[in-house]
Design a protein around this ligand. Sequence first.
Ligand SMILES: NC(=O)c1ccc[n+]([C@@H]2O[C@H](COP(=O)([O-])OP(=O)(O)OC[C@H]3O[C@@H](n4cnc5c(N)ncnc54)[C@H](OP(=O)(O)O)[C@@H]3O)[C@@H](O)[C@H]2O)c1
Length: 275
Amino acid sequence: MNRSVDSVGGAREKVAFLGAGAVSEALVGGALAGGLDPGAVWVTARSRDHVDALSASHGVRVTTDNAAAASEAGIVVLAVPAAGVAQVLDEIAGRLRDGAVVVSLADGVPLTELEERLPEGVGAARAMPSLTARAGEGLTLLTPGASCSAAQADAAAGLFARSGKVVRVPEDQHAVLGPLSSGGPAYVLYLAEAMIEAGAVRGVPRDLARELVTQVLTGTAAWLRADSREVATLREKVCAPGGAGIRRIAALDRHAVRAAVVSALGDAPPGLSPE
Ligand SMILES: NC(=O)c1ccc[n+]([C@@H]2O[C@H](COP(=O)([O-])OP(=O)(O)OC[C@H]3O[C@@H](n4cnc5c(N)ncnc54)[C@H](OP(=O)(O)O)[C@@H]3O)[C@@H](O)[C@H]2O)c1
C-alpha cells in the first residue's frame, strides 16, 4: 500500500474518478465549480478519447491506468458500471494509500462486497449521486461503511457537498430513495419536455417555451422549499374552482398520470420484499 493520508486538505483532497461517463462528468464539473482544484483530480476511462475530452473541457489530469490514478488519491470514486466494480477494485487494491476512502456509485453492489476486496486501513462507502450535480444542485445519498473512520466519512461527504446536498442514509435505503433522488431528474425533464411540446402545439417557439418552463420549474422548486404547507394546498392556489388550472389537472387525472407516476417510482424495486 502507498504512503498514508495525513490530513484533510492533503492527499485526501486529491480525488480519482475511475470512469468518465455521465455521472463522473457531472460530479467533476460540479466539484470544480464548488472550488476543487482541477490539478487535484484524476479521471480514468478505458478509452483514451473519453478522458482526453474531459481533460480538454475541465483541465483535470487523465489516464487509462486506474491503479496509477487511485494511488495518488485520498478519495477514490468508483464510477464504472456495477459489472466492472470487482475487476477495478482488484486492479487498485494493492496501490491504495493507507487512510484513503473508496466510494462506489454502483447501484446494488453492497458495502460488504467492497470491503472484502479492500485492504485494512482503506474505508469503503456507497454513494448515489444525481446528475444535477453538474449545476451545483446535486443530491447524493451517502452510506459510509463500518470500515470508514469519521474522518474518511467526512472527506467523502465533503467531496459530494462541493456540488450539492449530501444526505447520509442506511445502506438499505438506497433502493428505496434512489428512484426519487438519483432518478428524479429524468421524470422532471420528461415533464419539462412534454410542457415544451404542449407550447409548440399552440405555436409557441420551442426556445421561448423552454425559457418559460425552466423558470416555472425553478420558481416552483423555490416556492416548495420556502412554503411548508401540504403540496396539494399549494397546487390548489393555482387551481381555482371552475378555472382552467383545475380543468387541466382533471384532464391529467383522466389519463391516470398520478397513478402512472406512483407506479413508475413506487413499485418495489427488484430484490426488495414487501415485508
Ligand atoms: N447516470 C446516473 O444518473 C447515475 C446516478 C447514480 C449512480 N450511477 C452509477 O454510476 C456508475 C457510472 O454511471 P454512468 O452513468 O456515468 O455510466 P456511463 O456513462 O456508462 O460511463 C461509465 C464509464 O465507466 C468507464 N469504465 C468502464 N469500465 C471501466 C474500467 N474497467 N476502468 C475504467 N473505466 C471504466 C467507461 O469507460 P469508457 O468511457 O472508456 O467506455 C465510462 O467512462 C454506474 O455504476 C451507475 O449505476 C449513475
